[in-house]
Design a protein around this ligand. Sequence first.
Ligand code: NAD
Length: 340
Amino acid sequence: MVVRVAINGYGTIGKRVADAVAKQPDMKVVGVAKTRPSFEARAAIDRGFPLFVGGDGRMADFGAASLPVAGTVAEMLEIADIVVDATPDKRGRENAGLYDAAKVPVVFQGGERSDLVEVSFNALGNYAAAKGKRRVRVVSCNTTGLARAAAVLTRKFGVDQWEATVVRRAADPSDTARGPINGILPTFKLPSHHGVDVKSIFPDLAITTTAVVVPTTLMHVHVNHVRLTRAPRDSKELLEAFRTTHRFHVFEDWERVEGTPQIMEFARDRGSPRGDMMENVVWEHGVKSEGNDAYFFQGNHQESIVVPENIDAIRAMLELAPDGAASMAITDKTLGIGRG
Ligand code: NAD
């Protein structure tokens, strides 16, 4: 069975999800929707995706740009089994009525609040909870990274208390409207929302987070201190727990990866589309245990980390795979995750 997937919103996340869907043996892209003509709209057509007009967009604007349009979002939904909403933060809530009217299940993104959906989703964390659901939210990039680590730590060691500081990138590389370009901005919501959001997947997890924004476009980094229930034998056991989980990539000491610039260079060198790094990144010398205390850094590529989760959310909702492991195996193979 090949399910027909529509993608409403074709920006940073939407265009990546569309390419990922096109690589799945059990899915196909029936359309992507944009509000305005742009180089990205042209790229969608060049990739063979039917282009539809979304939001308050006008057919005439696309006509003036000589971009062929297949119809409106409502028409796109008529030929879809499921839609991925990748429109900007909070726009998904406005679109929800459209999806309900078309009776099409929807995967929202982390910019929407959890009360919009039946389930907040992370494939390693709670795949089964999304089975058969019609409104699911793939949590944000930072929450996805924390949830993956939570899946590993809660299952292998147990977590008594976790404090994380989220060092956030200021903007995506293509974003010219955000900053800062010089400065470090504390997030004065204490604790930050990230820990609360992780609890939408792990309700009983004792996690609190704080955040600062720094002037970079190259990934987020999480600084973690976790009090584990069972003490790992040594730092190696802790590192192995990450290394043996497919959506983690461990850099060894000898690889000389000092920080996020080399991670991005690695992703470009290995030929990942758009230079994406969809795995959580952990450093060999950035993981340490001392008794029950665990310390680790993890890198998080904001533009791509949620892409495999969108694919697994579709499989879970439409029950296309027997379980999360089976779905993730297909997703990871088709997206080239876990190499090295
Ligand atoms: P984006 O601004 O890069 O892309 C959004 C796209 O949707 C744009 O092409 C915009 O023109 C289009 N659009 C706007 N209104 C629309 C409408 N009504 N109908 C159809 N299309 C519309 O945004 P993004 O970064 O891809 O974020 C999308 C979602 O993913 C948000 O919920 C965001 O929080 C979440 N997210 C973003 C990141 C990230 O780092 N960029 C990471 C994880 C999750």
